[in-house]
Design a binder for this molecule. Structure first.
Ligand code: DLZ
Length: 179
């Protein structure tokens, strides 16, 4: 009797790997498109690297309002640099007025460890705020090695971190509201 199963060949394993990769890419593309109607957002936005930082805020706001959030339900608190984001974020989170708090900023790598120290402090701070305040926080901080990388993530459409932060915030806020 002819065996139904062929021998597993390296070609098969290559195809299998391709299939897994395709599934992963598809999973990444499958974004939940939830409505932001009735949801309230606090944004702690750093001004440092101002043109890029402002573009992040605009993309974030546009995405929130396009999904149904009202302008008056979005509060933007501006701070000097990314290091100060957590001070504003904790105040927003503990105010009880927001369903999600978004940190936005642009950190560019310099010659020293400064950028890395700030980025780590903000990442830990936003994580801690979510745990402590029980309000979801979103890390919308661009940490780039150079200006070119930062431009792609702040000004471009494809990998825009402002838009991605807003989408994550909508999903988390909706989740918290059992929607
Ligand atoms: C000082 C500083 C430097 C060197 N780089 C950045 C940066 O790339 N992105 C950013 O958002 N902020 C930077 N800052 C400012 C610090 O975040 C902070 O405002 C100051 O250290 C004062 O606490």
């Amino acid at each position: 009797m002819r065996c139904r199963w062929r021998k597993f060949t390296p070609k098969d394993s290559g195809q299998k790997a391709n299939g897994i990769l395709t599934a992963m890419l598809r999973a990444k593309r499958t974004k939940t498109r939830k409505s932001a109607t009735g949801l309230r957002f606090g944004i702690a936005a750093a001004r440092y690297n101002s043109d890029l930082a402002e573009a992040l805020v605009e993309h974030c706001m546009d995405t929130l309002t396009a999904a149904g959030a009202r302008q008056r339900d979005i509060k933007v608190m501006r701070v000097p640099g990314s290091f100060e984001i957590c001070a504003a974020a904790v105040r927003l989170a503990k105010s009880g007025k927001f369903d999600c708090v978004i940190g936005l900023g642009v950190i560019l790598k310099g010659e020293t460890m400064h950028a890395q120290n700030i980025a780590e402090a903000v990442a830990h701070g936003l994580t801690w705020i979510a745990i402590d305040a029980g309000v979801p926080t979103v890390f919308g901080i661009v940490t780039a090695n150079n200006l070119q990388q930062a431009r792609v993530r702040c000004l471009g459409q494809k990998h825009n971190r402002g838009r991605e932060a807003a989408q994550a915030a909508i999903e988390m806020a909706a989740l918290w509201k059992n929607r």
